[in-house]
Design a protein around this ligand. Structure first.
Ligand SMILES: Nc1nc2c(c(=O)[nH]1)N[C@H]1C(S)=C(S)[C@@H](COP(=O)(O)O)O[C@H]1N2
Ligand SMILES: [Mo]
Length: 231
């Protein structure tokens, strides 16, 4: 991925994807709501930093199905398939050779804790999507974890620039209990939308519910709307 031509192609594909989803993205609640619910200073998205019903924590609690899969880097694979022109399977080396993004963002768990200013490094979903070329009919993704977890998202949420597949937190390899070696983060949605131990991202031409979405959690998960459970 070092060669300039390849990088140029990613950049071009990324620009096209951005143009395709920019309007829809601008209309998503975390950017468009006129009266977002919450308190505190305004964050970089123009939202009150602490969404309604949340409390700040300085620790980082662990929340999952109770099973922490152990994936050695030599066995780790990430598959991106479904409604894409160019399905891909990455080894750890392939993945680490992709353009890397550093970002600092907040983490909002539906169980009412929020952790601010988490320092991440990883690969942006926008860059990954630019490589696999979602078909014109693609609207959503389903993300799958090595622990059998799944969660669904719309493309206008997935392609926001702060949605990353992270492998590094605070300069250290992401701990296994938090989804290491690699997990997704969704700073503008409740954290259950980010699969720990991510192994597959399937592009879909219609929405369908993931693990928690099938069990009464909201399909959309907008923190500034207190959008926790489905009606
Ligand atoms: N693969 C997988 N990803 C998952 C979960 C899970 O059980 N399995 N739990 C989700 C939930 S409900 C939350 S709140 C966050 C918690 O991440 P943490 O344990 O790093 O705080 O991970 C999300 N991603
Ligand atoms: Mo959660």
């Amino acid at each position: 991925m070092e060669e300039p031509e390849k990088l140029d192609r990613i950049v071009e594909a990324r620009m096209k994807l951005k143009a395709r989803f920019e309007e829809k993205m601008a209309l998503t609640p975390s950017l468009a709501d006129e009266k977002p619910k919450g308190s505190g200073n305004t964050n970089r998205h123009g939202m009150p930093a602490l969404p309604i019903g949340q409390t700040i924590t300085h620790k980082w609690p662990v929340l999952d199905l109770g099973y922490h899969p152990d994936i050695p880097l030599s066995k780790w694979r990430l598959t991106i398939d479904g409604a894409v022109e160019n399905p891909m399977k990455f080894s750890w080396k392939d993945f680490m050779d992709l353009p890397q993004t550093k970002d600092t963002s907040d983490f909002h768990c539906v169980t009412t804790w929020s952790k601010f200013d988490m320092h991440w490094k990883g690969v942006s979903l926008l860059d990954l999507a630019a490589l696999v070329h979602p078909k014109a009919t693609a609207t959503h993704v389903m993300c799958y974890g090595y622990d059998t977890y799944s969660t669904n998202l719309s493309l206008e949420e997935v392609l926001k620039p702060d949605v990353l597949l992270v492998h590094t937190f605070d300069g250290q390899p992401l701990a296994r209990e938090h989804g290491g070696p690699c997990r997704m983060i969704t700073p503008q949605l409740y954290a259950w939308k980010g699969s720990k131990w991510i192994k597959r991202i399937e592009f879909l031409t219609a929405d369908k519910p993931g693990f928690w979405e099938d069990r009464g959690y909201s399909n959309t998960a907008y923190p500034w709307r207190n959008d926790r459970y489905s009606e």
